[in-house]
Design a protein around this ligand. Sequence first.
Ligand SMILES: [Fe+2]
Length: 346
Amino acid sequence: MLHFPELNHGKCKTYLVACERTRKALLIDPVRDNISRYLAFLAYHQLRLDAILDTHTHADHPTGSFQLRDLAQSRLIMHRRAPAPGVDEHVEHGDRIALGELAVQVLYTPGHTPDSISLYAGDRVFTGDVLLIGGTGRADFAGGDAGQQYDSITEKLFSLPDETLVFPAHDYRGNQSSTIAHEKRHNPRVAGRTRQQYIALMASLNFPMPDKIQEVLQPNQTAIDDDRTKFPDLTELNQVQQLTADEVSALIASANPPLLLDVREPNEYRGELGHIHGSLLIPLRDLASRSTELEAHRGRPIIAICRSGVRSTTAAAILYGLGFERVYNLKDGMVEWNDRKLAVEH
Ligand SMILES: [Fe+2]
């Protein structure tokens, strides 16, 4: 396996690994500002960009994955719970990503976000923002969960061999790498702490919200990056009432069924997760311009639906802004609907 020095030389880390014989390369967590650099680097080293992978949906920088995938005609890989459309391959815990003669193993390590994965390859692990060097990624927004994060770190990452090299997606102190043994013993967030103590510690940190977080996060969640879409702010998103799959299922069977509004792309609506019978398809990117189609349903409650419940929360907040009052969101989206074995059409 070829593993090149980190490519950005900044706080956000982008890694490139490749199969030496076949020259097939995997780029991990590319940032949009450095796309030209990555393409030049690949060309110089005579590598073919076989796959691109985001370890999770990033909140701090625009991802380069969508553009790079299109430019290099590569494939984009993310966890099954990643909210964005246009992911070519969804992976789960235990999957192996073939890269020429190499196999990279996927570990599902949620907590920083619900779609966080780590990649275990040979003697090293790429941990995304779940486990950092001497730290852990924050778990207080974008679906984070400190308890899950503790489990991911202590049960999955810390069960790797002690000498495994750790390469995180961020570092703020100039570190290059660490080891599992070092983090087990010295990571000040985790070492010597119980799960409850870790949850209490993370809740006490009170980091300020990053500037413009929604302006970064929502394009990464939706793969929409144009001037036509005005994304709601955090307050508007938090107002959206979330309904579980079972609650939605009960409403559908009630005397006054709601309008089901699916905001995914047409290929997803007809894709592997299917859609709920009777749902109206208006992709998120067209929602504002096509909202007149909803006027006929103004008296009914509307339930917004997407892949993982993230884009549809944005859709519900947009509809509130347009004066629709009874708008709800299907929590965790069609992924959860399918996991609950509720009925779908294809
Ligand atoms: Fe992150």
